[in-house]
Design a protein around this ligand. Structure first.
Ligand SMILES: CC(C)=CCC/C(C)=C/CC/C(C)=C/CC/C(C)=C/COP(=O)(O)OP(=O)(O)O
Ligand SMILES: O=P(O)(O)OC[C@@H](O)CO
Ligand SMILES: [Mg+2]
Length: 262
């Protein structure tokens, strides 16, 4: 299938995110690490599951990747899961593929590293324009999840404290005044503690935009708490890699809340 054909079949990604946000229905994104793509057969069978699980989005990216197989992975996803949008979640400008449906154009607003606030963005902008891809301008905020994760190290930034909501609120407000349209609170992949509900609630109160939360969400209880605190979309990476059943549990939970809301 050609790129335009599958883009045509879908609602715009931004519309889907906005719909999740305004309806109060929650969503789930499955983060695929391009480096974990070893056996194509295993990946294919996981993708079959993704169709059944009603995953809302695939996120694709990593802090540091060793092999750039992003286009190949997207092709595979599109063969099996035509209806699930693939959103790039790049650690740098090299992690680009014109085959994706949209890109989280993340600016690391919790940090003070100019390359991750604007530098990588300038490098990618001309290519991005040519691709015609949907761009999601996103304020990306790293929150201390109890351990130094890959993204902390690679970004060379200090995360926001997990228990001083006023700092996260000030950061998110600055992002809002800069015109960012999506916010992503991330404790970092594999974090022992996810973003605190205190922080999620405080940011949610001030920001009327889709709120993405991820990092260390490896149990249904943690995911429910993130939703209850105000996350619109949760991102699950390691939790699904270790136990695909977690995605079943989340999907069942979402299904039951959507039924109750209708
Ligand atoms: C928008 C463009 C062109 C680039 C963005 C550049 C920025 C702002 C990067 C922010 C910092 C960064 C390195 C983010 C990567 C986030 C990500 C995809 C994390 C996925 O998890 P890993 O950190 O790879 O987890 P593992 O250690 O579990 O593999
Ligand atoms: O791998 P996990 O801990 O689920 O984290 C997902 C994502 O938010 C990391 O950037
Ligand atoms: Mg990774």
């Amino acid at each position: 299938m050609k790129v335009d054909q599958w883009r045509y079949r879908m609602r715009k990604v931004s519309e889907k995110l906005q719909a999740i946000h305004t309806s109060g229905n929650k969503g789930v994104a499955w983060l695929i690490d391009p480096d974990d793509f070893q056996s194509i057969r295993k990946f294919e069978s996981q993708l079959q599951e993704a169709n059944k699980l009603k995953i809302d989005f695939f996120f694709l990216g990593g802090s540091l990747i060793h092999q750039n197989r992003i286009s190949e992975i997207i092709q595979k996803i599109k063969e099996v899961c035509v209806e699930i949008p693939v959103i790039l979640f790049p650690g740098n400008a090299l992690q680009f593929s014109p085959l994706a449906d949209a890109i989280l154009f993340i600016s690391l607003i919790s940090g003070r590293n100019p390359d991750l606030l604007i530098g990588q963005h300038v490098s990618l902008a001309p290519l991005l324009e040519k691709s015609g891809m949907e761009v999601l301008p996103t304020g990306y905020m790293l929150i201390n999840g109890g351990q130094t994760t890959s993204v902390h190290y690679i970004s060379q930034t200090i995360p926001l404290p997990n228990h001083h909501p006023e700092l996260s609120v000030a950061t998110a407000l600055a992002g809002k005044f800069l015109g960012l349209q999506y916010f992503y609170l991330d404790a970092g992949s594999g974090a022992p503690f996810p973003v605190s509900t205190e922080i999620i609630k405080a940011v949610k109160r001030k920001i009327d935009a889709p709120l993405i939360v991820g990092g260390g969400l490896n149990s249904l209880d943690k995911i429910k708490s993130a939703f209850q605190a105000g996350a619109d979309l949760v991102v699950i990476g390691n939790g699904a890699e270790k136990n695909l059943n977690l995605l079943y549990e989340v999907s069942e939970f979402l299904e039951s809340t959507r039924v109750m809301a209708n």
